[in-house]
Design a protein around this ligand. Structure first.
Ligand SMILES: Nc1ncnc2c1ncn2[C@@H]1O[C@H](COP(=O)(O)OP(=O)(O)OP(=O)(O)O)[C@@H](O)[C@H]1O
Length: 700
């Protein structure tokens, strides 16, 4: 049988476990000795990590004297300061969480490599090839592992362990108490890493090759975000140099979400991953206006990509006049035909527009150079070439045949010149749609125009036609179901030569343009062949709560496998109340008698009222952006709660959440799947149809 051990004076919540497992005196003593040995190994490893950090700090402070020049010093300084940050020891985060025993060796597995002064490993990084066995070895296929040991910690102290003798066919799987304890622990504050308990099907995704693009369709709480972040850390470990140069980007739905996940990668020693929202990614113009819903929907339609492409192409025209340049006593001339040929040839090369313009300039200058060489019998120098490239006749020709463009200038032109729009949109947009696009009253100039969020995406598309943006080696996109086709393209431009991890749940799509089929999104993202992999085992939401949320699925018109929960604990309470505000205050008070965070989720326009009522009742609350807030209660609008979780959730008036937006039922599905331990639904209005008569499960 699998064994577990606790110290002789364990913390109260683990005492009975130890007692129930090991009554015989001798094994208990043996296990206590083993526990003491593990605690000693932890102390040794901590001390070794501290020495590694001291060495890195010493190098950092002498780095400037060692490096030959200021640039080298800066690079070295950056590398070393990163190294120092990576080696930080977080007192609450165990340095190792597992141990693998083989016939001839033993390895502790932890958050980073730790070596002793001789370079011998004390802890293996969880991402090392050997560590993989910690997650993947099983009784059926032990892969050489005789014993897998998991450690239990309490506030950074090693307090217990559990052994699975895989070699003898023993395996605890999800019955592991340490695993269950980790999954069911009350949540507080920002998201944490899950390295100690990554499940085999998650590990498979985390360790997919750098070349592989993946789309993970996962029900709420199945660990999609966790998988995406751990994959980023894994890829950075395996391809450190390459990805440091090209970069890794994480795209999330909003700032509150990014704040919630911000600490995960640094805790894994990865301090240099860019984290952003799509809005920030495309923020070339300030957003100062809001589109009507039908205009926004049109601007996010993929047909606009072709309209913009044609509009750019239409800027290029043939030459109508020769170029004549006076150069001292010489006059150089290029006729209309060769100029047309240059434009045509360059157009066929399909370069980004701005690069094309420079190519045409270079070709014109090359023809001038030929003439100069044949007349003067010597080759003109660089200064001459530059002067020719900038001289008036050449720039006049360029401005007529291949005019300079800015992305916002192009969009402004489309919005203000009906003829330009009609030509570019011919056969693609109806006259009524063209009218809609122009209805936004653009300013006289691009600068004077009050751009909308959808305009910013179009400006980014235009920018991509003019110049190729720098891409990332790997991009992780969370809540990807909400990306519009045009937003997908903005991400595609940044991952053209890299790979993607796309994470999402079609059932949680709340935007008017949310995906209903991953294949379409993947095509817009430029990765049509990426595999779509389901995750269905939920680690967040208790089974009773999942059952309630699943009642909405048939009404959501998406084809996704329903979630199952690993969690049998948890409570659900759905109640009609006479006064929503008073009931919310009472419910929050009751929730505060238990551990963990409390999230009050309501339609956006009810948030201020509820916060005020809670404040009047003496309950301090935070907003979703404030993940570090000392207060345990957060009041959050339904539209901001995606991706977040709270230990106890009070969902207020589902009917109002549904009524607030066209995809309100999808929004409600998101709201109902945020609870870790307990969900209370309070309502005065009738519940939305699918929830009527739902059974409740009050267990405490
Ligand atoms: N293997 C695991 N071990 C322990 N906890 C896990 C594991 N996988 C996921 N979790 C936890 O389950 C919760 C949900 O995970 P996560 O937020 O990644 O899910 P998600 O699929 O992104 O959810 P959503 O669809 O709501 O965005 C988190 O608290 C996470 O830490």
């Amino acid at each position: 049988m699998a064994q577990s051990v606790e110290p002789t004076a364990p913390p109260p919540h683990t005492a009975d476990r130890a007692g129930s497992r090991h009554t015989a005196d001798r094994p208990e003593r043996g296990l206590a000795t083993a526990l003491a040995a593990e605690q000693a190994h932890l102390a040794t490893s901590r001390a070794a990590l501290a020495r590694m950090r001291e060495r890195a700090e010493a190098l950092f402070s002498t780095g400037q004297h060692v490096a030959g020049d200021p640039y080298a010093a800066e690079t070295l300084g950056r590398t070393l300061s990163r190294r120092v940050a990576e080696l930080a020891d977080q007192p609450d985060t165990p340095l190792f969480f597992g141990r693998l025993t083989f016939a001839d060796a033993e390895h502790h597995v932890g958050r980073r490599h730790v070596t002793d002064d001789l370079g011998e490993p004390l802890v293996l990084d969880w991402r090392a090839p050997l560590s993989r066995l910690f997650y993947r070895a099983s009784a059926r296929d032990p892969q050489g592992v005789t014993v897998r040991r998991r450690f239990g910690f309490d506030r950074g102290e090693l307090t217990s362990f559990e052994d699975e003798h895989l070699g003898r066919g023993e395996e605890l799987g999800t019955a592991s108490r340490i695993l269950t304890g980790e999954i069911e622990r009350p949540r507080v504050g920002p998201m944490r890493d899950i390295v100690a308990t990554i499940q085999p099907e998650q590990d498979e995704l985390v360790r997919a090759d750098l070349e592989t693009s993946l789309c993970v369709q996962g029900a709420p709480g199945t660990g999609k975000t966790a998988v995406g972040l751990h994959r980023a850390a894994y890829l950075l470990y395996l391809h450190r140099e390459r990805l440091r140069r090209s970069g890794v980007l994480v795209v999330g739905p909003n700032r509150a979400f990014l704040a919630y996940i911000a600490a995960v990668l640094p805790a894994l020693g990865e301090v240099e991953v860019a984290q952003t929202t799509v809005e920030e990614l495309v923020a070339r113009v300030p957003v100062r206006a809001v589109d009507a819903p039908e205009v926004a929907a049109l601007k996010h339609d993929v047909r606009l990509a072709e309209v913009l492409r044609r509009a750019v192409e239409a800027r290029v025209s043939g030459a109508t006049e020769p170029i004549v340049v006076s150069d001292g006593s010489f006059r150089w001339r290029i006729g209309v035909d060769p100029l047309r040929r240059i434009v045509e040839e360059t157009r066929r090369e399909g370069l980004p527009y701005a690069t094309g313009r420079e190519r045409v300039r270079a070709r014109v200058v090359a023809l001038l150079q030929l003439q100069a060489e044949s007349r003067r019998a010597e080759s003109p120098g660089d200064a001459w070439l530059r002067r020719m490239g900038r001289c008036r006749p050449v720039t006049d020709f360029l401005d007529a045949a291949w005019p300079a463009l800015t992305p916002e200038g192009l969009l402004h032109l489309l919005y203000t010149d009906p003829q330009v729009l009609a030509t570019a949109a011919d056969g693609l947009l109806t006259p009524a749609e063209q009218e809609l696009l122009r209805a936004g009253r653009p300013g006289r100039t691009p600068k004077a125009t009050r751009w909308t969020a959808a305009d910013a995406v179009l400006v980014d598309e235009a920018a991509g036609l003019l110049e190729r943006p720098a891409g990332f080696g790997h991009v992780v996109v969370d809540e990807a179901q909400d990306l519009s086709p045009m937003q997908c393209r903005a991400i595609a431009r940044r991952s053209e030569h890299g790979s993607l991890t796309l994470l999402g749940d079609l059932a949680q799509g709340t935007a008017p343009w949310s995906a209903t089929d991953w294949r379409e999104s993947l095509a817009h993202l430029g990765k049509p062949d990426a595999a779509v992999v389901p995750l269905t085992v939920g680690f967040r939401v208790p089974a009773a709560v999942v059952a309630l949320a699943n009642r909405l699925l048939p009404a959501l018109a998406v084809d996704v496998p329903p979630a199952e929960s690993l969690r049998r604990d948890g409570a659900l309470d759905v109640r009609t109340v006479p006064d929503l505000v008073a009931a919310t205050v009472a419910e929050v008070r009751a929730a505060l008698t238990h551990d963990g965070s409390v999230g009050v989720v309501a339609a956006d326009d009810a948030v201020d009222r509820l916060r005020a009522a809670l404040a009047a009742a003496g309950v301090e609350t935070a907003t979703a952006d404030d993940v570090e807030a000392a207060t345990r209660v957060t009041v959050v609008g339904a539209t901001a709660v995606k991706g977040l979780e709270y230990d106890q959730v009070v969902a207020v008036e589902p009917a109002a959440i549904v009524a607030a937006e066209p995809r309100g039922l999808h929004r409600l599905y998101v709201v109902l799947t945020r609870a870790v331990s307990r969900l209370t639904v309070l309502h005065t209005a009738p519940l939305p149809g699918p929830l009527v008569d739902a059974p409740t499960a009050p267990t405490r």
